[in-house]
Ligand binder design. Sequence first.
Ligand SMILES: Cc1cc2nc3c(=O)[nH]c(=O)nc-3n(C[C@H](O)[C@H](O)[C@H](O)COP(=O)(O)O)c2cc1C
Length: 173
Amino acid sequence: MNQVFETILARRSMRKFTSESVKPELLDMLLQAGMSAPSAVNSQPWEFVIVTDEAVLEKLRDALPFGKFHAPAAIVVCGNPVKARNPSGLMFWQQDCSAATENILLAATALGLGSCWVGIHPIPILPRLVRKALRLPPWVTPLCAIYLGHPQFIKNAKSKYDPAKIHYNTYRQ
Ligand SMILES: Cc1cc2nc3c(=O)[nH]c(=O)nc-3n(C[C@H](O)[C@H](O)[C@H](O)COP(=O)(O)O)c2cc1C
């Protein structure tokens, strides 16, 4: 099978990691993947906060009620309208940052790392707590945290393919 297709099918959320750290070269490859994502009018409104310091990881866990996983690294994907290359695309910042996030998850899978997307925006209060934990300025909005590390076990690929969700040409009720 084609390798990219295999990686897409193999990606699963991993919430248990070994204590082995993630090499900076691998984190850098993930960021390359993230920044290769498409964005509306090529605005690239994203910024990435890499967290490997255990004290900051603990603050992140404290801020995230559904993301209290012990991982050696996290990438917090943020939207920053100030650094966007084209302000006319700004209304799409969540899609742009989500595309970057999925690229990072797939690259992590391809590199043998486990990963889990943890939503932040638009859950009320969470962006404020994460801003405080990471000292983000008020105009930078964290969309999600991606926990990363070497997986404690291998999760099998799980097909979610569902023909009932497919419509050809026009919607069939
Ligand atoms: C927008 C979004 C937010 C998510 N938030 C969380 C979260 O807060 N905590 C968590 O454990 N998983 C979270 N997930 C991961 C989903 O639970 C997971 O993708 C889903 O259960 C399907 O499992 P799979 O990723 O193994 O295919 C989130 C995924 C997305 C796309």
